[in-house]
Unconditional design. Structure first.
Length: 156
């Protein structure tokens, strides 16, 4: 179980995963610069949860952590569509890379493609989920307030 920060008695770790298979072509701009063009993008999304609670946790605590899981699932619901949209927008996009030689420059350009995909995906999936989870904990005071989880979820 991870270290908890009071008043926490449990935690739900939500992991949004994204695997990218990118095909590209490259243009030599100079001895140490290249322009990478995105030809094809295949993205695979996954969602994983690790829920931890104290031993013999009260039902309200378990319900609270399960509500965090529900928030993650809610934001993951659009993940395939979002990933497809991100991939489609990148087809034909150009990224400039630099390095000590052409191979390094192309790798740099390719890494910029991957970073762009990850930034766009996480901004639309993980970050809103994290914000909603933080708001849920504010409303519930980490499950200590009398408000029910369903009511708190509706407010989030």
């Amino acid at each position: 179980m991870p270290t908890l920060t009071p008043p926490e008695s449990g935690v739900c770790n939500t992991t949004f995963e994204l695997a990218a298979n990118v095909t590209y072509s490259a243009e030599t701009l100079s001895a140490n610069t290249a322009r990478v063009y995105v030809d094809q993008v295949e993205l695979t999304t996954r969602l994983a949860f690790d829920i931890y609670t104290i031993e013999n946790a009260p039902p309200k605590l378990v319900a609270h952590e399960e509500a965090h899981r529900a928030i993650g699932e809610h934001f993951y619901g659009d993940a395939p569509r979002i990933a497809e949209e991100i991939g489609r927008r990148l087809i034909g996009a150009a990224f400039d890379g630099t390095g000590v030689d052409q191979d390094a420059a192309q790798r740099d350009g390719f890494e910029k493609v991957i970073a762009s995909i990850e930034r766009a995906y996480m901004a639309r999936v993980r970050m809103p989920s994290a914000a909603a989870n933080a708001r849920f904990d504010e409303i519930t005071n980490h499950g200590l307030n009398a408000i029910g989880e369903d009511e708190a979820l509706a407010l989030v």
